[in-house]
Write a protein that binds this ligand. Structure first.
Ligand code: HEM
Length: 348
């Protein structure tokens, strides 16, 4: 049996008490200006009161007691919750300066080190956003060239759907791959067949991570990183997936760097690599490899899941409401007929 002498026990109790007093004092000082909310416990905050798998449900309940602007503490992180459309609109429209930056997500700071666009702030965000918007336009965003690629990809997708000959099938992978192909066209100027193991692997890494991001343990990791960091669990799988995905990106960049021709830039990655070679303070400070990986990761993840999920919901709703399917079909035919842009190419 593990025995402890009285002095060790006493010292442990005193240390624990001091830690609790310290944590309480820190909470009091740091949270002076926070809106009301439930009283937090030291270290764990309000996690015992929050349904971590569906926190929004608890927040709606809490808003009945504390109002539509209240604070909760998850682990050591104090969070202000805005509940309801009117409150959110008021915050984002009338207090825009207070909501400019994004919070630091400790978990992602570890993998992308706050580079890229989506989780970046300040100058890094500005420079990467400016570069991305102008380069996406150069490579077809909002232009005929990308429209043609989308039309070709849509045809391949329809062929894939037809290959099931009317039998039921899951469209997740082919829809993901079709959308990913449009993004890949801009990033790498290539396309993958829907059965290509590379695209299937990339898509499954992203899908798995998006699913795991919702896990309660992963959410806690942001708030009590020291505690959760050492535990086994889904977060380890997330980091492994990110490593795999970034490994693919690094191999791709290395290959592209070897083939780079400054006078014949083929895609967004080439454009980034050219900026990297400029030798200006901006290229040294921002156009480094870590930003390139984070940026391509951001575009792939932000663009692939959002767009294919929107399209899949569209298909589902049209299956459920055939009369709306009829209206959509008529609208599309009229658009093609009047726009004249690709009416000659439409097959019966
Ligand atoms: C239906 C499709 C899409 C939806 C619903 C959607 C939704 C959103 C939302 C809500 C944000 C704001 C997130 C925030 O501020 O925290 C955002 C930002 C962003 N999205 Fe999308 N998105 C879609 C398609 C795309 C595509 C196709 C791309 C690129 C290939 C993309 C790239 C980005 C990027 C880079 C940001 C960050 C912008 C910034 O911080 O300035 N998204 N998206």
């Amino acid at each position: 049996m593990f025995a402890m002498d009285p002095i060790t026990i006493l010292l442990s109790i005193i240390t624990l008490l001091l830690l609790v007093i310290f944590a309480k004092k820190q909470n009091k000082d740091a949270n002076k200006n926070f809106p009301p909310g439930p009283k937090p416990f030291p270290f764990i905050g309000n996690i015992l009161k929050i349904d971590m798998s569906k926190p929004y449900r608890t927040f709606v309940e809490m808003s009945k007691e504390y109002g539509t602007v209240f604070s909760v503490q998850i682990g050591m992180s104090k969070i202000v919750v805005l509940c309801g459309l009117e409150t959110i609109k008021d915050a984002l429209i009338n207090h825009v300066d207070d909501f400019l930056d994004r919070p630091k997500a400790r978990v992602f700071s570890r993998t992308t080190k706050d580079h890229g666009i989506i989780l970046a702030n300040g100058n890094n965000w500005k420079v990467m956003r400016r570069f991305t918007l102008s380069t996406l336009r150069d490579y077809g965003m909002g232009k005929k060239s990308i429209e043609n690629k989308i039309v070709d990809e849509a045809e391949s997708l329809v062929q894939k759907f037809r290959s099931y000959e009317g039998k039921p099938f899951d469209n997740l992978k082919s829809m993901n791959s079709a959308v990913a192909n449009i993004i890949v066209a801009i990033l790498l100027n290539r396309r993958f067949d829907y059965e290509d193991p590379t695209i299937l692997k990339l898509v499954s890494l992203i899908n798995e991570n998006l699913r795991l991001f919702g896990s309660p343990l992963f959410r806690l990791l942001n708030s009590i990183p020291l505690l959760i960091h050492w535990l086994p669990g889904t977060h380890r799988k997330i980091f492994a997936n990110i490593r795999d995905f970034h490994g693919f990106l690094e191999t791709t960049f290395t290959k592209q760097r070897k083939e780079l021709d400054v006078n014949d830039q083929r895609n967004l990655i080439d454009a980034f690599l050219v900026k990297q070679q400029e030798g200006t303070p901006e290229s040294t400070d921002y156009f480094h490899n870590e930003n390139l990986i984070a940026l391509v990761d951001n575009l792939f993840v932000a663009g692939m899941e959002t767009t294919s999920t929107t399209l899949r919901w569209g298909l589902l709703l049209m299956m459920k409401y055939p009369e709306i399917q009829g209206t959509v079909c008529t609208d599309v035919i009229m658009l093609i007929f009047y726009s004249g842009s690709w009416k000659m190419q439409v097959k019966p």
